[in-house]
Design a binder for this molecule. Sequence first.
Ligand SMILES: [Zn+2]
Ligand SMILES: [Zn+2]
Ligand SMILES: [Zn+2]
Length: 269
Amino acid sequence: MNDRRIHPRFRLDRPVVVLPVLPDGSPDVEHASKGATLDVARGGLQLDIEARAALREGASLAVGVEQAGGGVAYEGVVVRHIRQRNGHVAFGGVFAGDAHRLLETGSRLPAFSPDKLAYDLPGSNQVYDKWAQAGVLKPVLMDHVQVCPRCGGLPTFRMGCRRCGSGRLVEDQLIHHFACANVDLASKYEVDGMLKCPKCRTKKLVVGSDYEYLTTHRCLACRWSDYEPTRVGHCLRCSLRFAGHEAVERELVGYDAQRLDVLALLPPS
Ligand SMILES: [Zn+2]
Ligand SMILES: [Zn+2]
Ligand SMILES: [Zn+2]
């Protein structure tokens, strides 16, 4: 009764569906109940539904209200008062509980977890799936990320050695003498302030017409030398080093919900 004085109530005639929440947080679709009338206030609502579910005080529910523009909008409710009458149940509840939390934006979007060093939803995937099957949540592709092929953790990437995966690469400048096909370190061509091929002894080489510069990447860890370094992943969680192309591409899926806008249901004050 006190509620009535604090928050004015407003009566609506709309089809309503009530889904009890199971202890694991998933919807109890088998015990979904229908109702038609709704008495709504800022902090909660009162409903009259078919007595299909054995409601008890403190139970968590998802209440769906058919919208004038189509679709069903949901809000989470915790049951406060129950009255049985002629196969119907009248109850009042406040906006709180498992379904209320589930419908909050932060509960439905995957985020990076610094503890797990991985992307994750706050709840269990099976529970989200069941709410999606019940039509309360809708899966939405949010992003793609590349993760560790062993543990699914967050990797870092660097250009590294194709042979051992080390990122300790230094560049060497080489000269390719076209006439004799010699390729060697540029420093070996430098004699008396000019360039002289160490193989065929030709002097005064001119860039472009006689030779070109090439760059190689030398690995300080295994001494391998290569024209093109490769992309190497390193998992921050399990420390695995792997070729960049072995990273696993994962979809980050979040969930959309049409949430009941209680304020929009209330008459303007
Ligand atoms: Zn030469
Ligand atoms: Zn190496
Ligand atoms: Zn890993």
